[in-house]
Design a protein around this ligand. Structure first.
Ligand SMILES: Cc1ncc(COP(=O)(O)O)c(C=O)c1O
Length: 396
């Protein structure tokens, strides 16, 4: 048979999903595995939002919608961006997609010409580089370190720019690190993007999950000139415990928004109509539940970090947002645990899953070695048990 798409053949499966499916398989085989793999809130979707979805079904709101989403949702997203960041977007500048992931993909689709370079700071969310490659672009990875708080410096950004650089992928707060850029750090990055005429895909899906009373700055709010070149990506999955509803949105200048809408009209058509109506309620309805969930995440984070740092051989820095922890395993490299020599994070994650019955994600897929990612979007009971198991595992 003829050769399949060379681009498709090069796509790596998501490491997050790979460890998750192995953990699920072990669970199905009757093993008591605790999963810290996929990053999704363990909370139920708030009742007012679920009710809005049910009401949409009962009202017969079950037909196709415009490709970029129903006007009510686009207006609700614009109003949320105004309320939270003071940003002015007309609803025609809002593009709804089937999850923020699909918004990032649509953004890359409209930006990239073959060979264009997209700067991706590492550690990065697992899908960014693959999506850039699928779109015919070249991911240019800028490595950051734990010592620098996993933050890219302006000098690092500047030295990664070439005449082919089209855009910067900026995830703030970050998955997997939980790092958050301050306003002044963002201003320094914005200045360089303006100087070199770069677009910025600002993935701010975790913006509601900020801790220690830190303020969040949306990249597009730094000025009209930067707003014009920013594709702001956001969504309801993480903040409203709606991962399975698959609704994200992007805000951009009118031309970019139109092109993204055109692209979506020929790919998914439109996201689920029912989910769109539920998302209207999420964005327009009461926001107290979001704050309640945030507080619970903060409590879990505090416990997690303190406890993890009391376990010999591993450590982590304090994440400032999102719901992930980067566990440094450098001190374990070369040790033998459960009869296996630990040579890197992939080996550790596999041995820990098979022997300790805990699923964590090796960070090799996030562009950094010798870290594994835990999520605290799971119950305190699971967190305590998971860390008990880690402690026991490391004594083996
Ligand atoms: C940084 C980041 N962006 C986007 C997404 C995708 O969000 P959605 O579920 O709305 O597609 C995720 C999900 O893990 C994420 O971590």
């Amino acid at each position: 048979m003829k050769e399949l798409s060379r681009i498709a053949l090069k796509v790596n499966p998501s490491t997050t999903l790979a460890i998750d499916s192995l953990a699920k398989q072990m669970k199905a085989d009757g093993l008591d595995v605790i999963g810290f793999g996929t990053g999704e809130p363990d909370f139920m979707t708030p009742e007012n939002i679920a009710d809005a979805g049910i009401a949409a079904i009962r009202a017969g709101k079950t037909k196709y919608t415009p490709a970029a989403g129903i006007v009510q949702l686009r207006k609700a997203a614009a109003a949320r961006l105004k309320a939270d960041f003071g940003l002015d977007y007309d609803y025609t500048q809002i593009v709804v997609a089937s999850g923020a992931k699909h918004n990032v993909y649509a953004a890359l689709r409209v930006l990239i010409n073959p060979g264009d370079e997209i700067i991706v700071p590492a550690p990065y969310w697992v899908s960014y580089c693959e999506m850039v490659s699928i779109c015919g672009g070249m991911p240019v990875v800028v490595e950051t370190t734990e010592a620098a708080g996993f933050k890219m410096t302006p000098a690092q950004l500047e030295s990664a720019i070439t005449p082919k650089t089209k855009a910067l992928m900026l995830n703030n707060p970050s998955n997997p690190t939980g790092m958050v850029y301050t306003e002044s750090e963002l201003r320094a990055i914005a200045e360089i993007c303006l100087k070199h005429d770069l677009y910025v895909i600002a993935d701010e899906i975790y913006y509601k999950l900020m801790y220690d009373g830190r303020p969040f700055t949306s990249f597009a709010s730094l000025g009209e000139d930067i707003k014009e070149r920013t594709i702001l990506v956001n969504g309801v999955s993480k903040s409203y415990a709606m991962t399975g509803w698959r609704i994200g949105y992007a805000a951009a200048n009118k031309q970019l928004a139109k092109l993204m809408g055109n692209y979506l009209s020929h790919s998914t058509g439109a996201p689920s109509t029912i989910s769109q109506w539920a998302a209207v309620e999420a964005l327009e309805g009461q926001q107290e539940t979001v704050e309640d969930m945030r507080k619970v995440f903060e409590e879990r984070r505090n416990y997690f970090v303190k406890r993890l740092n009391s376990i010999p051989g591993v450590s982590c820095i304090m994440p400032e947002g999102a719901f992930y922890i980067m566990m440094n395993i450098e001190k374990l490299i070369g040790r033998t645990i459960c009869g296996v020599k630990i040579t890197d994070d992939d080996v550790l994650a596999e041995v820990f899953l098979k022997n300790g019955l805990v699923a964590v994600v090796p960070c090799s897929g996030f562009g950094i070695r010798n870290f594994v990612r835990w999520t605290y979007a799971t119950s305190m009971e699971n967190i305590k048990e998971g860390l008990d198991r880690l402690e026991k595992f490391l004594k083996e």
